[in-house]
Write a protein that binds this ligand. Structure first.
Ligand code: MTE
Ligand code: MO
Length: 362
């Protein structure tokens, strides 16, 4: 069997924003590397020499420190987590169908992917430098300079409590190989369960503070606004834990299939500390539902793959899926209820339309 190279849909080349077709994500615990989405804010990726790269750790700490890559490897134990990253803009196209979102990337279903990440725990690094009392947040800054930002590098923050959680990594490895430059080498942050924007690539500075980052991507972007508000610093709520979401990954939307038994598969992702407890599939627009079979998770922080077999009559069928999480959260039916001015968190019911042709028994 030969594997076809994956053709990404390139939404923009500078900054490079690209996603795989849904079929390339289907039925893989770990997303093939060439099918992993790219989400960037700066027109150019920074060029970093790992031999001279350093990480500065400062702010409200007892012993500010600078670590080389070698020092990080020597001083701290390596940990591995299988983690699904998902952009807050994933599935934005579904919100754009409700009302236009000028200037925003029209992501389809592919701004998400799962990898095995290895590196050191951010918590171990923070313990080594000693967090001072009164600290509440950890600011994470990358080396890239996004045009739209307020002058500084790509900078966001996470609450200290999450930064100290054992699953948060400073990762130098992706799928058992050195982290690719495009995904943040030499070291990126991986914040499991939280929107992709907090997983800072090309990390160069970690600053412990007593408040969230004032950077554009924390203070203005990646915040949830009421439908009638416009983005401004501090307005709306910062997005953190991912909202429960799911999608159908195979067959593809608008696929031609043979009538009769058809295997339908996809993923579900709970986000935060929650887990996926159920995935429902409907062929009658949500009037009735059957439960999909859930597959074992590759890791505590990875998506849950699911599948079911539908008996499709000849003609067109719209397949709908929705997931439930361990806090009894469920995906809403209608993207119109979710529409927001930056187009984040479309977790409305997922649909694909399948065209089944009658079996030719001759
Ligand atoms: N330094 C830096 N880190 C970043 C970004 C960026 O533009 N610059 N984009 C963020 C966003 S919005 C997402 S969704 C993920 C995407 O990671 P990937 O390109 O490896 O898929 O990286 C995050 N980390
Ligand atoms: Mo993102």
């Amino acid at each position: 069997m030969t594997t076809q190279p994956v053709e990404l849909t390139v939404h923009s080349s500078q900054p490079y924003n690209a996603e795989p077709p849904r079929s390339a994500l289907a039925d893989h615990d770990l997303t093939p590397l060439d099918a992993f989405y790219h989400r960037n804010h700066a027109p150019e990726r920074p060029r970093i020499d790992p031999a001279t790269w350093t990480l500065r750790v400062d702010g409200m700490v007892e012993r500010p420190a600078t670590f080389s890559l070698g020092a990080l490897r020597e001083r701290f134990r390596e940990h591995t987590e299988v983690v699904t990253l998902q952009c807050a803009g994933n599935r934005r196209a579904g919100l754009m169908a409700v009302a236009d979102l000028p200037g925003e990337t029209p992501w389809g279903p592919g701004a998400t992917g799962t990898a095995r990440w290895a590196g050191v725990r951010l918590a171990d690094v923070l313990r080594e430098v000693g967090v001072e009392p009164g600290a509440s947040d950890v600011v994470l800054a990358g080396a890239d300079l996004p045009e739209e930002s307020d002058g500084g590098p790509y900078e966001v923050s996470v609450p200290l409590e999450k930064a100290l959680a054992p699953e948060v990594l400073l990762a130098w490895s992706m799928d058992d190989a050195p982290l690719p430059a495009a995904h943040g080498a030499p070291v990126r942050v991986v914040v499991p369960g939280w929107i992709g924007a907090r997983s800072v690539k090309w990390l160069e500075r970690v600053t412990v503070t007593d408040g969230p980052s004032h950077g554009h991507h924390q203070a203005v972007a990646y915040r949830l606004l009421p439908a009638d508000a416009s983005p401004a610093p501090g307005r709306g709520v910062p997005l953190g834990p991912i909202a429960v979401n799911a999608d159908v990954l195979a067959p593809d939307d608008d696929a031609e299939v043979a009538a009769g038994p058809v295997r339908v598969s996809g993923y579900a992702l709970a986000g935060g500390e929650r887990t996926v407890v159920r995935v429902d599939v409907s062929v009658d627009g949500g009037a009735t539902w059957r439960q999909a079979d859930l597959e074992p998770q590759a890791g505590r922080w990875s998506w849950r793959l699911w599948h079911t077999e539908l008996d499709l009559p000849a003609g067109t069928t719209r397949v709908t899926a929705r997931a439930w999480d361990s806090a009894a959260g469920v995906q809403p039916a209608d993207p119109a209820e979710l529409w927001n001015p930056k187009g984040y968190v479309n977790n409305a019911w997922a649909h694909v339309t399948l065209h089944a042709s009658a079996r030719d028994d001759g």
